[in-house]
Design a binder for this molecule. Structure first.
Ligand code: C2E
Ligand code: MG
Ligand code: MG
Ligand code: MG
Length: 277
């Protein structure tokens, strides 16, 4: 049955369900419609090399323009998409949109790698690899067009699945980032067992760095640890020049945050990139 029809049914049933469940059912129908339609879009946030200030890539961040609720941030619907079994389709949507955007940027000589966030469910998707390669093939792309970000907790959900998928991605030539590093697990031994190119230090440690000695100590030891394993470091949530300078002194390779740019549209990114270089 169509999405529209089920929305009407839910509206009828809503009175008899508790409002949380009703809300959830409506949201599920809406999200399905959003993925199939044109309500989702991507914003792109640049990452730059601290030393040279050269752009190294962008992160794709999904947004949902809900017809009634307005603009929704991923924190409002990603968890929900996971629980509702819609995350695979959402990931495919993001992948396709990112590759299409990359194709446009290549056409205008503005191309940089686009990093995509994966969810733990994606690591258990046996068709992920096939889908990634298929999306690239559609637009004549190659593995340097796309990168992958996975959080520590997503990896630890199923370490052996993560190992398997990350090995496959690495062998195909994709770069891999561990996202929100420092928030997930105290055990770091898993890093040795995974093909990781970059660690992204979580913004909660980075934002108050200049005023909080504990955060500073954590960030410095993460940088040291990463380097001792031959892994490079990106700091997220860099909002000030002061913080950026401290990170540079400590040997952090790359930064991402409002200090460089907020997440912007693909179109705006092209002019930003032109002005930046
Ligand atoms: P994340 O991957 O750690 O992305 C970074 C988040 O921090 C983004 O929020 C970004 O807008 C925000 N941010 C960047 N720089 C700064 C800064 O200087 N200061 C502050 N205060 N915030 C900054 P956003 O776009 O709301 O995304 C939130 C989370 O949603 C992401 O965290 C990611 O885990 C998830 N997400 C976003 N897009 C996708 C997607 O396509 N698929 C999946 N599975 N998850 C996604
Ligand atoms: Mg990310
Ligand atoms: Mg992050
Ligand atoms: Mg995050």
């Amino acid at each position: 049955y169509s999405a529209k029809c089920s929305a009407e049914k839910i509206a009828v049933y809503a009175g008899s369900l508790d409002s949380d469940n009703a809300q959830r059912l409506i949201l599920m129908t809406d999200l399905r419609r959003a993925i199939d339609g044109d309500e989702l879009f991507l914003l792109f946030q640049p990452k730059v090399k601290i030393r040279s200030r050269a752009i190294s890539g962008v992160e794709a961040l999904v947004r949902w323009k809900h017809p009634e609720q307005g603009l929704m941030s991923p924190n409002q619907f990603i968890n929900f998409a996971e629980r509702a079994g819609l995350i695979t389709r959402l990931t495919y949507w993001v992948l396709a949109a990112a590759v299409r955007e990359s194709h446009v940027w290549h056409g205008s000589g503005q191309a940089v790698p686009i990093a995509i966030n994966l969810s733990s469910h994606d690591l258990r998707d046996p068709q992920l690899m096939e889908h990634v390669l298929g999306s690239l093939e559609t637009w004549g792309g190659s593995p340097d067009w796309i990168q992958f970000e996975l959080t520590e907790s997503c990896i630890m959900d199923d370490l052996s699945a993560a190992q398997h998928v990350l090995m496959q991605l690495r062998e195909a030539g994709f770069k891999i980032f561990i996202d929100d590093f420092g928030t997930g697990y105290s055990s770091l031994s898993y890093l040795k067992r995974l093909p990781v190119d970059y660690i992204k230090i979580d913004q909660s440690f980075v934002m108050g760095l200049d005023e909080d000695a504990d955060s500073a100590a954590i960030v410095r030891s993460i940088i040291e640890l990463a380097h001792s394993l031959n892994i490079e470091v990106v700091a997220e949530g860099v909002e000030s020049k002061v913080v950026m300078d401290m990170l540079e002194r400590w040997g952090c390779e790359e930064v991402q945050g409002y200090c460089i740019s907020k997440p912007i549209s693909g179109h705006d990114f092209q002019s930003w990139n032109r002005a930046f270089v």
